[in-house]
Design a binder for this molecule. Structure first.
Ligand code: PMT
Length: 408
């Protein structure tokens, strides 16, 4: 079986509800334990009709919870302590009845009561007859749960307990363990505050004109979304972009490089990670005209430009135990130029972007990048969506952060 390092050492609270798929829960417990997890099981009364608490207790080597009103069970470990104990809650199989109760906050047994108290990531593996799975009520309950961040391993197609063929069988235990690894990884940024910059800056020439660049903001918004999904508190400082901010992210809108610097400075203290995906204009017109520049009588025009502050370099000068991640948009000598920017700006990680590659760089949905760490590690990535690249960047950033290799 594939190794899932994210599972090693975690505490899994497995909820088993009353469906025929409950017999696969024995295998699920075994697989979680093989991956190095500790497993504690709570069963509904109906689940005990399909698999005995003795089997489950023997396999998990932990007392099984079945009854909210059992004095002996509650004395040894009460429902709130069970909820707090878990790093991950997995409900497999999850019946339509469980989905309905969990979606609407009904807490009428031990498992649904714990579900209401749990603050850890939750993964559910629904299993039911295909007519029930297709029912609008089940779908809307599932939507409520997923909108609250509950992860789902959908049922698979095959012969159902009733003899019919269709979608409704609980996913295989190996699939559930893989989904559990993904669900726990998704929350690896819990408690981390991340400042992301995105989009272009606009440098005013006169009241109607500005200097800018081709950045759409897609890369920075993808990073903000990925970080928020993985549990981070995200502040997104964005230049003008025609994009909706990802949900749960605090948006600070700016126009010019100097406004971006001020917004970054104002939010810097609160953040542990800074990711600068914005394409900041290096120069601005030295003077902004008060009225519209007229073309009448002019054969040509020269603009006098002044260098903008280098935002990353300015803020990274005071490391403050923060992780600084930059981008390098290059048209030639990608590695060499990106490395020089990593060094010159005092960064922990830089994402080199050859913006001449097809489907890469400004405005596209995809991006091709090379990630360079301060310790010299180079990871060349294939073309992928900006959202996928965002996760790769966060994975590498997390490695730097956890290794403590952050220049304090
Ligand atoms: O927005 P999209 O359309 O999705 O396009 C994505 C992108 C191409 C803009 C993005 O992937 C990218 O490469 N962003 C960085 C663009 C850039 O300005 O690169 P640079 O090599 O000029 O700057 C190096 C780093 O210094 C960047 O992190 C930049 O944000 C930062 N910088 C640059 C100039 C400046 N005055 N202050 C800065 O902080």
């Amino acid at each position: 079986m594939k190794r899932h390092p994210a599972i090693n050492g975690i505490k899994v609270l497995l909820g088993i509800t009353g469906g025929i798929g409950a017999y696969k829960s024995a295998e699920l417990i075994r697989l979680f334990m093989k991956q190095g997890a500790e497993v504690s099981v709570v069963m509904t009364r109906n689940a005990t009709q399909f698999i005995t608490p003795l089997t489950v207790e023997t396999l998990s080597r932990n007392p099984v919870g079945t009854d909210l009103f059992s004095l002996s069970e509650e004395r040894s470990i009460d429902h709130i302590s069970r909820a707090r104990w878990a790093d991950l809650m997995v409900i497999a199989p999850a019946t339509a009845n469980y989905l309905a109760k969990a979606a609407h906050g009904i807490a009428d047994d031990l498992l649904t009561t714990i579900s209401l108290a749990a603050t850890c990531p939750v993964l559910i593996a629904p299993a039911m007859n295909s007519a029930m799975w297709d029912h609008v009520t089940v779908r809307s309950n599932l939507e409520i749960l997923t909108s609250r961040g509950v992860a789902v391993v959908p049922p698979t197609e095959g012969e159902l307990a009733c003899g019919e063929e269709g979608v409704g069988r609980m996913a295989d235990p190996e699939q559930i363990v893989a989904a559990a690894a993904a669900a726990i990884q998704l929350h690896d940024l819990d408690g981390v505050r991340v400042l992301v910059t995105a989009g272009p800056t606009r440098e005013a020439v006169d009241p109607v004109r500005f200097l800018s660049n081709r950045s759409s903001g897609k890369m920075g918004y993808a990073l903000a979304e990925a970080a928020a999904t993985r549990g981070a508190e995200v502040i997104l400082v964005s230049g003008p972009a025609a994009l909706d901010p990802p949900s749960g992210v605090t948006l600070v809108s700016v126009e010019s490089a100097r406004e971006m610097l001020a917004a970054v400075r104002a939010n810097l203290k609160a953040c542990q990670w800074v990711i600068m995906a914005a394409a900041v204009a290096d120069f601005r017109p030295s003077a902004v005209l008060e009225s519209k520049l007229k073309k009448k009588g002019r054969q040509g025009l020269s603009l006098d430009l002044t260098a903008n502050p280098d935002i990353l370099k300015t803020i990274a000068a005071d490391k403050g135990n923060r992780l600084y991640i930059g981008f390098a948009a290059e048209t030639e000598d990608l590695l060499e130029n990106a490395r020089a920017k990593l060094e010159g700006k005092g960064l922990d990680l830089i994402v080199g972007n050859d913006v001449t590659e097809r489907g890469s760089g400004f405005g596209s949905e995809t991006n091709q990048a090379v990630i360079i760490l301060r310790d010299g590690t180079v990871e060349r990535l294939p073309l992928m969506t900006k959202r996928e690249l965002a996760d790769q960047i966060l994975d590498q950033s997390m490695r730097c952060w956890q290794s403590g290799d952050v220049d304090g």
